[in-house]
Write a protein that binds this ligand. Structure first.
Ligand code: PNS
Length: 164
């Protein structure tokens, strides 16, 4: 398979939301495979879900995609991970103008570190543009309902985590 048929979709995925899922599905219209790469920072990780939990949730969500979506994790620089995986494209989602500055900085820095690696931006779907992992966690922690915003397995785990 040609190298450029693989895209890496990096992030925290704490947890994966329907915004992420929509983006992966649309990426699969262009790329043969997507690697969902969960960044880890041992010792400094303040995530709600452990790495294993996050990987498991992603694998459950994309179990039916005939191996075209792989869940993985990495430590260190994303550009080094992409090189190890022989991928030339990083996918990132853009929701609103507020995402732009951070994403632009990251893309430029990554480009400086590895000029052969490209970042492709996808606009999030119109039904998902306001969803973020951070907001979803906040709403559930305060007893709100996020069904429809995250996959069913994630919803169950979120509710359990906050003991509602
Ligand atoms: O879901 P997030 O938190 O917006 O994802 C950010 C992520 C994981 C893509 C970014 O922090 C990252 O690439 N981390 C790996 C370390 C790295 O390469 N840092 C330099 C980025 S220019």
């Amino acid at each position: 398979m040609a190298q450029n048929n693989v895209a890496i979709y990096p992030g925290s995925f704490d947890p994966i939301t329907n915004g992420h899922v929509d983006l992966v599905k649309r990426t699969l219209r262009v790329f043969e495979r997507v690697i969902i790469a969960i960044a880890t920072n041992p010792g400094k990780d303040s995530s709600l879900f452990s790495l294993e939990e996050r990987l498991q949730m992603v694998r459950e969500v994309f179990g039916g995609f005939k191996g075209r979506v792989q869940a993985d994790s990495f430590e260190g620089l994303l550009v080094d991970y992409a090189e190890r995986r022989q991928a030339r494209v990083i996918i990132r989602g853009l929701r609103a103008v507020s995402d732009f500055e951070y994403e632009f900085q990251m893309a430029m820095m990554n480009h400086r570190l590895k000029p052969k690696l490209e970042t492709f931006f996808m606009m999030t779907g119109e039904s998902e543009f306001y969803i973020s992992s951070r907001l979803v966690k906040e709403v559930v922690s305060l007893g709100g309902d996020v069904s429809g915003l995250v996959p069913g397995n994630v919803l169950t785990k979120l509710v359990k985590k906050f003991n509602h």
